[in-house]
Design a protein around this ligand. Structure first.
Ligand SMILES: Cc1cc2nc3c(=O)[nH]c(=O)nc-3n(C[C@H](O)[C@H](O)[C@H](O)COP(=O)(O)O)c2cc1C
Length: 380
């Protein structure tokens, strides 16, 4: 019998494992906590912030193979990277083996260090055109698609899936075995089905079953758990329950890049107000560097600022002003003025129970609409 103390110690032990390097083909990743591809979020500025706070691997948001192959302007812009990004992943979805293969070849030639195939996006527009989680429905076809991607690159190749299309059609084991047979090097499982909203908790046993089926085919396949990793402790629980080699953080990173510092074993996931101010200002600087000092740049920062506006006394009052902030200069002014109102060593969440924090945090109120990875899909 394992008692609760032993279980706690074991969770701490596996959490520490997440901070150790991971060899992914030729790539040496500094740790096993990745930032997910996030549509409309994982752009150059946000990736740089997460990398600097310790993320072991980051990805460009999901791209559409169709848009990529017609050289859609917005999609091509999404391929940009900062010189500091030495290792960068990219993710693509497509409706068939041919288009996936041609787009993977293109991404390979664009020198991304690793390529991921998205087979989980639930958005109606994406699924309706046979992309994203629509690919989960037919295991034989899924295997052909992954094999076609495999044939197009020698770089490390991964696939990100869900447990199945609906609760009545959970086929995670058949799909993960197929993915392993087709030669993927890494497998990420988001432990929900296509029809589940965020109100449904991820199924850790479902993820574990998927990993076991993949490992039965290829014991060396790297397994990454995804879903409901809102704070660092959740990652330990994911690793303990699924035996994953690493984790991919999604909503948990929104306005909260410090989660990577904690998972890397390099500090607290709760910043002091001084650290908060420094990081938010740096994020704004990276926005300016990448998008220019424009109104569009200001508009693009708004969602990040709303996510950052959480966890300190009275910070919710900033949300209204952040929502309409007209310029980067004004955003900087509001951030610094707010930070001045608190003692510089005050830590986020101090004196506030975690549940109170969560209920006030906008990312906990997200529904599936945001989990979409649309990119330029509709425009091709
Ligand atoms: C704003 C947003 C954008 C997303 N974009 C992508 C994407 O481009 N590619 C992808 O594979 N998943 C995408 N996802 C899904 C997440 O990576 C993840 O699988 C899902 O949110 C479950 O993890 P969580 O419960 O920890 O948030 C997105 C999710 C959100 C909230």
């Amino acid at each position: 019998m394992v008692d609760s103390r032993q279980l706690r110690e074991y969770v701490l032990f596996v959490s520490a494992m997440l901070s150790t390097p991971l060899q992914y083909g030729p790539l040496t990743l500094r740790n096993r906590a990745f930032l997910a591809p996030l549509a409309g979020v994982s752009d150059v500025p946000f990736r740089r912030i997460c990398q600097e706070l310790g993320a072991g691997l980051t990805f460009v948001e999901m791209l559409s193979a169709i848009a990529l192959l017609v050289q859609n302007d917005r999609t091509i812009q999404m391929l940009s990277r900062h010189p500091s990004e030495k290792i960068l992943g990219v993710q693509v979805t497509g409706p068939d083996a041919d288009r996936i293969q041609r787009s993977v070849r293109l991404l390979d030639q664009s020198h991304f260090e690793t390529i991921d195939i998205n087979m989980g996006c639930p958005a109606r527009k994406v699924v309706g055109s046979g992309n994203g989680s629509a690919l989960l429905k037919d295991t034989a076809r899924l295997e052909d698609i992954v094999a076609a991607a495999r044939a197009a690159t020698t770089r490390p190749l991964s696939v990100k899936i869900r447990l199945g299309f609906t609760a009545d059609a959970i086929n995670v084991e058949a799909n993960t075995a197929a993915i392993a047979r087709a030669g993927a090097d890494m497998l990420t499982i988001h432990g929900r089905t296509r029809e589940d909203t965020y109100a449904i908790r991820v199924s850790l046993p479902g993820i574990a079953a998927g990993f076991a089926a993949a490992r039965a085919v290829n014991p060396k396949i790297i397994t990454i758990g995804n879903g409901d990793l809102m704070e660092a402790a959740d990652a330990g629980k994911m690793a303990q329950a699924t035996g994953c080699d690493g984790v991919m953080v999604s909503r948990g990173a929104l306005g909260n890049p410090w989660i990577f510092r904690a998972l890397a074993g390099e500090g607290s996931e709760d910043p002091t107000i001084a650290e908060w101010e420094e990081t938010v200002l740096r994020h704004l600087d990276y926005h300016e560097e990448h998008y220019g000092d424009t109104e569009i740049a200001a508009r693009l920062t708004r969602k990040h600022l709303l996510w950052y506006a959480s966890g300190f006394p009275h910070i919710h009052r900033l949300r209204e002003v952040f929502n309409t902030v007209p310029s980067l200069a004004e955003a900087r002014r509001i951030v610094s003025e707010f930070a001045k109102t608190l003692p510089s060593d005050l830590r986020r969440g101090e004196d506030l129970p975690r549940e109170a924090l969560a209920s006030a945090d906008p990312k906990y109120q997200m529904d599936r609409q945001l989990d979409r990875g649309v990119g330029a899909l509709g425009e091709a």
